[in-house]
Design a protein around this ligand. Structure first.
Ligand code: ADP
Ligand code: MG
Length: 717
């Protein structure tokens, strides 16, 4: 055994190019590079997808149904045949070993090649899942290793890597077979895994029953499993895998912990709460805040009064009333002579917020401005000036607010809506628009706990876990295109009972024009035909804000019965008399968006309905989404299903979240380990020794290595 290198030397060693590994020629090197593998470290972290238990070679009579088994057999018969019922062609090979027979089946094959390969009398080692159909046993598409004239013992002795043990099954790409991968990877693992050093403090490993990095890596590639020890081929060696996952999460969370600590130590503005505007607003509101809203507002005010900048996330399901809480917070900042910026991820969202906020601010004698993409250069300059001179109390917009040229006189509070579409970077830019302003982040999509720990690891979290009174769950049905007529009849009946309806069309960027056309034509057609005699309105994103406001006001006043719209109504629209929503091409929407949309109904005490129209050419994922929607109204469950269907990368939005990719960890499965790692990391970050004690020098260095410049870390020595 070579002596253990220190952390820095270990890093150098693991960066060794694969070109230097014995058996890796230029061609293989190229194929490895295509798979993204250039260094020894890349190979160490390419973990098996699953494992193959080849500890025992079984007699055919001993094969266990439902297990992946290895057995030796001799070909008794082979040829093409057809399935009795479906009349599909297949290639069948019958093998036996004196104790029994098995039928091997191929459904995709090259006939001439298989016929030649499985001449009667050929002996081979077969591996595959054993299935039982009545009295017969079958293995479909087995792995095959021909024995030729050699005995099994000879074959095993010649290839000790492939028999008598648990084998890794690697994710492969073109030009790299399982056999070659095993051979090359084994060499790399044997030579380099012992040199891997991770500076997770040993006492933390011990406390959490984890293995050191070198052992964990080796075990994950080539698990040492006793002869009779149970082994799960799908899950693999649990302790080793958990150790690698912990390692990955630990440094992530340590980075977040330090970032958070850095913020806490910074100086910001300490606001006073004098209720100059919040009291009058509360008096004007047609409702009382819910208990959850008051609690969260209290937490926000507490942060705002502190001398350190606030970094708080408000999480709560659609319709729980985050907007009013944000508005109250904005008013606190404004009464302290500072300005507020409100940032939304899309123009439409920004406009909707603007419409809501400026109505209240006007009444309080305050000024809100909208920085929208549709402003002319001249108008934009005028708005910039109002912001610079402090005449604008509240600035609403998209990331346009973050651009250069937008200078605040004194920014006191930045509010970001729908945070998960914005990265850590944007939060940073906003902070630099002022002198460490408070930051309030709102997320309308409830985020699964594992994800929110990662995404918002550096934020304090408040949850509005209560709906305003009088809401009832929306009944949701998926309807096919042929059922559309019935749906219209249902809607008409609701309207005749005095209710109102939304009919929503998707708007996809590329085909914006034709979709707009679809909505416009539908509105005309509905007014003439199915909804004849009723008032049908139209709302879409291309309309001027004032026009939109006009339509919305008419809808609110009950002057419009059915509102045909593109997704502009996704947020902020609030008409409690609207009890039906019909969504066209519903499968085109994402889950979060459908959930948002549906949140527009079910706002009054009357029973509300959501009709999701599924197109003929609906994709499988689309159908899954619609099913989720018809099964639950719980935003939390919907978010979890969303994460499952789309996977974390997509869920977080085009990798903008500023998070590292995980090499081993899986956010869906490894939530428990994430929480463990977070606890340990936050505890370590709070340890005064951590910043300077030599015993943590490597841990500090590892942190910098892993995060790079991704996070502006608080400076640590
Ligand atoms: P979201 O959390 O999805 O942003 P909103 O802030 O848009 O939700 O609020 C949804 C609707 O509920 C709005 O029309 C708002 O006026 C209303 N609302 C908010 N708080 C209350 C409350 N405490 N009681 C009754 N209605 C409320
Ligand atoms: Mg909202």
């Amino acid at each position: 055994m070579p002596p253990k290198p220190n952390y820095a030397r270990s890093r150098e060693l693991l960066a060794t190019s694969l070109a230097g590994i014995k058996g890796v020629g230029p061609k293989l090197e190229k194929n490895l590079a295509k798979a993204g593998l250039a260094t020894v470290e890349d190979v160490l972290y390419t973990l098996p997808l699953r494992y193959e238990d080849r500890r025992q070679i079984r007699r055919i009579s001993q094969l266990r149904d439902g297990h992946r088994e290895v057995f030796v057999g001799e070909v008794l018969a082979a040829g093409e045949t057809t399935t009795p019922r479906a009349r599909k062609r297949l290639f069948e090979v019958i093998v036996g070993d004196g104790t029994g027979q098995v039928s091997l089946k191929w459904f995709r094959y090259h006939k001439a090649w298989l016929s030649k390969r499985f001449a009667v009398g050929t002996r081979a080692v077969f591996t595959g899942e054993v299935k039982r159909f009545g009295a017969a046993r079958e293995v479909h598409h087995p792995d095959v290793e021909l024995l030729g004239s050699r005995s099994l013992e000879e074959v095993m002795a010649a290839d000790p890597l492939s028999f008598g043990r648990v084998l890794p099954v690697y994710p492969l790409t073109e030009g790299l077979s399982q056999k070659v991968a095993r051979k090359i990877f084994k060499q790399v693992v044997d030579a380099y895994a012992p040199l891997a050093v991770s500076p997770v403090p040993p006492e933390i490993l011990k406390k959490n029953n984890l293995l050191p990095l070198d052992t964990a890596l080796r075990e994950c590639h080539w698990p040492e499993v006793g002869e009779d020890e149970p082994f799960d081929e799908e899950r693999g060696p649990q302790q080793a895998r958990s150790s690698l996952v912990f390692d990955e999460f630990f440094f992530l969370e340590l980075g977040l912990a330090l970032k958070r600590r850095g913020i806490i130590l910074e100086r910001g503005m300490a606001f006073e709460v004098n209720h100059v505007y919040t009291k009058p607003l509360a008096a004007m509101l047609p409702f009382r805040l819910t208990e959850a809203q008051r609690r969260v507002l209290g937490e926000i005010k507490h942060d705002m009064m502190a001398i350190h900048p606030m970094h708080r996330l408000v999480q709560g399901d659609v319709g729980c009333g985050k907007t009013i809480v944000a508005l109250m917070a904005a008013l606190v900042a404004i009464e302290n002579d500072t300005q507020v910026a409100l940032i939304a991820p899309t123009e439409i969202l920004a406009e909707q917020h603007y419409i809501q906020f400026h109505q209240w601010l006007d009444k309080l004698g305050l000024k809100a401005v909208l920085l929208s993409g549709s402003l002319s250069a001249k108008e934009k300059q005028a708005v910039y000036e109002e912001i610079r001179e402090g005449r604008a109390h509240l600035v609403v917009g998209t990331h346009a607010v973050l651009q250069e040229g937008v200078d605040f006189k004194r920014l006191g509070l930045g509010i970001i809506d729908e945070q998960h579409r914005f990265g850590v970077v944007q939060r940073g830019v906003l902070r630099h628009k002022g002198d460490n302003p408070d930051i309030l982040v709102m997320t309308a999509t409830p985020i699964p706990r594992t994800l929110s720990l990662t995404l918002y690891g550096d934020l304090s979290v408040s949850v509005i876990d209560q709906m305003p009174p009088g809401r009832s769950p929306v009944k949701t049905r998926v309807v096919s295109e042929s059922q559309r007529k019935d749906a219209y009849i249902f809607i008409r009946k609701q309207i005749e009972e005095g209710r109102q309806a939304y009919i929503v069309f998707p708007l996809v960027e590329e085909s914006e024009k034709s979709d707009l056309l679809a909505a416009t034509q539908a509105a005309e057609q509905l007014a003439e035909e199915v909804f004849h005699g009723l008032r049908v309105g139209l709302l879409h994103g291309r309309m001027k804000p004032a026009e939109k406001e006009g339509v919305m006001t008419a809808f609110k006043a009950g002057e419009i019965h059915a509102l045909v719209s593109t997704t502009v109504i996704e947020v902020g629209v609030d008409v409690s008399n609207a009890t039906v929503m019909m969504v066209e091409h519903a499968e085109r929407f994402g889950l979060a968006q459908l959930h948002q949309l549906r949140g527009r109904v079910g706002r009054g005490s009357a029973q509300s309905y959501c009709l999701l129209v599924r197109s003929k050419n609906c994709s499988e994922d689309g159908a899954r989404r619609l099913k989720v929607m018809s099964e639950t109204t719980d935003g939390f469950r919907i978010a979890e299903a969303d994460l499952e269907i789309r996977g974390p990368g997509e869920f977080l939005g085009t990798r903008q979240a500023g998070l590292p990719d995980f090499r081993v960890a899986n956010l869906l499965r490894d939530g428990r380990i994430l929480e463990q790692a977070r606890q340990e990391a936050f505890a370590l970050a709070a340890d005064p020794d951590f910043d300077s004690h030599p015993k943590y020098a490597d841990t500090r260095q590892a942190l910098l290595d892993r995060w790079g410049s991704r996070l502006e870390l608080a400076s640590i020595g």
